[in-house]
Structure formats: C-alpha cells, structure tokens
Design a protein around this ligand. Structure first.
Ligand code: SF4
Length: 330
C-alpha cells in the first residue's frame, strides 16, 4: 500500500484525560495504556477530567454514585459532601462545547467517566452496599448528546476484536467527515465506492440504503445527501460483523482473480478461508493473500478498498485480553 493511501484523516476522539494524558486520577496517578499511546499521534484527542474540572482537585478523596432522595447522586464519603449539582452543571456546559466527534474512550468503572458497569451504592451511608450498576455522570450526559457515537472504555478495548471494530468505525467516520468538509459530490461517491466491501461485510441493508442516496435518483442537493448519509452511517457499525459475512466478502474479492490462478493456488486460498471460518486463522491471513494478488494482477478497484486497510497500519496489533466476543474480526 502506498504512503498516500496510508494517509488517514485523524478522527476526533474524546478520551478521559487520565488515560495517557494527565496524572489527574483521585490518587494523582495516570492510567498507562499501550494502545492509546499508539493511537495518540493518529487522532485529534479531545480530553476532559470532569472531577478535576469541577474543583475536586488532584489528588482528591474518591467519589461514588449513591442513591439519594429518589435520584442518583455523586458523593464524597471522606467529606460527607454531595457534588451532584456541580457535576451536572459541568456536564451540560462541557458536552455542548465538544463539537463534532468520531468516537469516545472512557475510563472504565469511574463514577464520572465509566460508560457501563459503574457501581451504584444503596445510599450515602459509607457502609451501604452496592445495589446496582450504571453509567458515570459524565458518560451518561455525553451519550445523551452523542447517542450514535462509537464508544468504548479502555478495559474493553484490550480485546483485539472490539478494538479493531472500534478503529474501523472511528477511521471510517473521520474519512466521511473529511469528504463532507469538501462538500463535493465526487468525494461522497469516492467515499462510498472505497468502502463498498467493508460495508458489504458489516451490513448489506445499510449499504444498499447508502447506495441509493449516492445514486441520487431524485436529484437532491449535495448538502442534503451528505446530511442524510451522515445520519445513516452510524447504523453500519452497530454490530461487529459475523465471520460468515467476512467470508462472503473474501470470496467476492477472490472472484476477481480465480480465473487467473493455478488450481493449487485456488485450493490453498479456499483452505485458508475454511480455517478462518472455523476460527483457526485470523482474518488477516486471507486478506494478506488477496493483497498479494491485488499487486500481482494490478487490481486497481480492490487496491482502493478500505476493507483491506480500514485503519492505519501502526494500529495493527493482535495482542488480546483473551476475553473473546465471538465475532468475525479475530
Ligand atoms: S476517570 Fe474521568 S474524572 Fe476520573 S480521573 Fe479519569 S478523566 Fe478524571
């Protein structure tokens, strides 16, 4: 792949500031995170630390979410103080200032930033038991404002499959934003064309809807098309694609070459495909063979397909937390 094709527009990503950006945790520490370190130069980060920014300071006594007078409240046991009002005001003001974003990485389990599974305590009594789980105050407000955004926490992103899916979604959104900024119909058409195989793997129904928009039979103004396309695009990345969908796309790409290959090459590829389908090989094993044929037969259309490189090479790292999610991109 040429360096020009490797030039990905930078996604604008919200990241909880304590992950690799600042030692602003309650105990004055920073969370070290290998993949965020690699991601940093490839994105436009937008960071916040809600707890430090509402004046709790660094270091500070920890806060927790408690049930209080029929609602959820942010409570600091050491001082006996509630910070709910300050946090809600901060969330309302700051979420309105973030601008257009392509994704979010939250600090897991934080009563402010946690996007899921944050402990909720039965009351403000220091001895109260946990009696539920939910989102942190900031994450809740953020997701209300950005309901369709690809969002994860740094714990889940340790899983290779979840991470690849997240990277695919954020870099595709950034590329779309880039095309939208130009406002030119040809850039919308190019974007759609470049992503055809990727979309085919992710969601064929959404791909057809987007294709109809780009075909523009009703001769709508280009701004209208970009807006409608942007509204539909998040549906594409709602689910991690199944292996079967990936296999269909790999077979589709294989079809471009099969007539030019030796029997033994065809058999070898079909064996790899079978090994991928049964989980014995990663997707990249099949993609790499196809990429070598793209170069050998100079297949221009496939060379431009994002399916073979949906995000920068530097982010390819197959290390995993070991917690599988049973999806395609393994
Ligand atoms: S989790 Fe959020 S509030 Fe807590 S230290 Fe990190 S950025 Fe700040």
């Amino acid at each position: 792949m040429s360096s020009a094709q490797e030039a990905f527009p930078k996604p604008r990503i919200f990241i909880s500031r304590c992950i690799e950006f600042d030692a602003c945790r309650w105990n004055g520490a920073m969370i070290g995170c290998d993949f965020v370190r690699v991601l940093k130069p490839l994105i436009e980060p937008v960071t916040r630390c809600p707890e430090a920014e509402i004046g709790l300071g660094v270091p500070r006594n920890p806060v927790r979410i408690v049930r209080h007078e029929g609602a959820l409240a942010l409570f600091q046991i050491a001082t006996g103080r509630f910070y709910t009002k300050e946090m809600l005001a901060y969330c309302a003001a700051e979420t309105a200032r973030l601008g257009e974003l392509d994704g979010a990485i939250f600090k897991e389990k934080s009563p402010s930033c946690g996007d899921r599974d944050v402990k909720i305590y039965a009351s403000a009594d220091p001895l109260a038991a946990q009696n539920g789980k939910g989102r942190g105050f900031w994450a809740e407000a953020f997701i209300q404002v950005y309901p369709d955004i690809p969002e994860e926490n740094e714990g889940r992103l340790n899983n290779f499959t979840i991470r690849e899916h997240f990277y695919t979604a954020i870099f595709t959104r950034a590329a779309f934003r880039h095309a939208k900024q130009s406002g030119a119909m040809k850039d919308l058409v190019n974007f759609h064309t470049r992503n055809k195989l990727l979309f085919m793997a992710y969601n064929q129904a959404v791909m057809r809807d987007l294709g109809r928009l780009v075909a523009n039979h009703d001769q709508l103004p280009v701004e209208h098309l970009f807006a409608a396309y942007q509204e539909q695009l998040p549906r594409m990345f709602q689910r991690i694609p199944r292996r079967g969908s990936m296999v269909n796309v790999l077979l589709h790409a294989f079809g471009y070459f099969s007539g030019q290959l030796e029997n033994r090459e065809r058999s070898h590829f079909l064996e790899l495909l079978e090994a991928y389908q049964t989980g014995r090989l990663p997707l990249s094993a099949c993609q790499t063979v196809l990429q070598s044929w793209i170069e050998r037969f100079n297949q221009e259309y496939l060379r431009g397909q994002s399916f073979f490189r949906p995000f920068p090479q530097a982010l390819i790292d197959i290390s995993d937390s070991g917690k599988g999610v049973g999806s395609a991109r393994e």
